[in-house]
Ligand binder design. Structure first.
Ligand SMILES: NC(=O)c1ccc[n+]([C@@H]2O[C@H](COP(=O)([O-])OP(=O)(O)OC[C@H]3O[C@@H](n4cnc5c(N)ncnc54)[C@H](OP(=O)(O)O)[C@@H]3O)[C@@H](O)[C@H]2O)c1
Length: 336
């Protein structure tokens, strides 16, 4: 009997380790999320019919969330500032899904106008009767060096990415507590876990979100059906760099660079929906070597700083030389 156990362990343990290693090398998400994508609930089964409020739904990740959720049969509340873009997203959702006009509410919303958030939440609840999932996705990034950046930019980043998200959550959470069920999913970033050059304000706002939601989760332990999740994507194809804050509030970014090296929006969103369907509380979604970098940051911070310093130096130099700072981490920067 003992021999059998030793024999089984002898083969089983290395096999499990090998599977994990292969998962890691070829993976584009953390282990929990990858396992959930293989053996967990399918978003099509779990999210069908649920009412999902997506902020930042007019572009990028939020727009793709709207498309994939509508295909899953979720009913949607689409929010962002640009109403015409939201209407375009709604038309596309209706064209490619079985949803009816009434199943999608276009609800224009400015995350900075916190005084309007109570009324917007009431409008969303009035339309569908309840909200099952809030996806706090709206936000902006930053491409500028600290020494050259106005403090107004830091205030704007915190107002939008942090306080705007906290404010919507503040209005939606009591409704979910009353029903003792619901999910609040917040799109943070790898920059919410690690430091990034050219994004001191952005990274601060995402670290603030991580701290806020990790703490909020600990206050809600008596509601087992109330799930607080954060999503930490690496670089994903979207308008994020194009729309980034720079040194001054209204100064546009000179060059947004290319998107080739980034994860596709559809893959990122698919993994997010798998995580939501399986109540994963923290989702790391990134291609290699960004995923490896996440793990290194968590387990060996001293070594992580060694690597970070090399990469950061290169990125700052390229930025100062007017080159594409984003694709220059691991690939040769384009000079024209
Ligand atoms: N793409 C990436 O590489 C990446 C990586 C990690 C995390 N993220 C996070 O993913 C989220 C979505 O970004 P994205 O990549 O999809 O970028 P995006 O294409 O620029 O989309 C940003 C969305 O946020 C909305 N938004 C901006 N300011 C707003 C405001 N004041 N009020 C309400 N909505 C506002 C925009 O809509 P309007 O302009 O119409 O208001 C837009 O729908 C962000 O939180 C970002 O930090 C992105």
């Amino acid at each position: 009997m003992d021999c059998c156990i030793i024999f089984a362990l002898w083969y089983f343990v290395p096999l499990v380790l090998l599977i994990h290693l292969l998962f890691f090398i070829f993976g584009d998400a953390d282990f929990a999320l990858l396992w959930a994508s293989l053996v967990g609930h399918k978003p099509e089964d779990k999210l069908k019919g649920l009412v999902v409020w997506v902020t930042g739904a007019s572009s990028g990740i939020g727009e793709e969330l709207a498309y994939q959720l509508s295909k899953c049969g979720s009913r949607l509340i689409l929010s962002a500032r640009r109403e015409e873009e939201l209407k375009r997203v709604k038309r596309n959702c209706l064209e490619y899904s079985n949803l009816q006009d009434d199943d999608i509410l276009v609800l224009p919303l400015d995350l900075l106008e916190r005084a309007s958030h109570e009324e917007k939440t009431k409008a969303a609840i009035q339309h569908f009767g309840h909200i099952d999932i809030l996806i706090n996705n709206g936000g902006r990034s930053q491409r500028s060096l600290f020494l050259e950046t106005s403090v107004d930019v830091y205030k704007a980043l915190m107002e939008l990415n942090f306080l705007g998200t906290v404010s919507i959550t503040k209005h939606v959470l009591p409704h979910m507590i009353q029903r003792a069920t619901g999910s609040i999913v917040t799109v943070s970033s790898v920059a919410g876990l690690a430091g990034v050059p050219l994004g001191t304000g952005y990274s601060s706002s995402k670290h603030a979100l991580q701290g806020f939601f990790n703490s909020l989760r600990t206050e809600l332990t008596s509601y087992p059906k109330l799930v607080i999740s954060t999503v930490c994507p690496g670089p994903v194809q979207s308008k994020i760099v194009h729309n980034a804050f720079t040194e001054e509030l209204n100064k546009p970014l000179a060059t947004a660079g290319d998107q080739e090296h980034k994860m596709s929006t559809s893959r990122c969103v698919r993994l997010m929906l798998v995580g939501i369907a399986n109540n994963v509380k923290e989702m790391w979604i990134a291609q290699q070597p960004f995923l490896l970098f996440h793990y290194v940051w968590q387990y060996t911070p001293t070594f992580a700083w060694f690597v970070t310093n090399i990469l950061a130096k290169k990125r700052v130099q390229n930025f100062k030389a007017g080159l594409d700072a984003d694709s220059s981490y691991f690939t040769k920067p384009k000079t024209s």
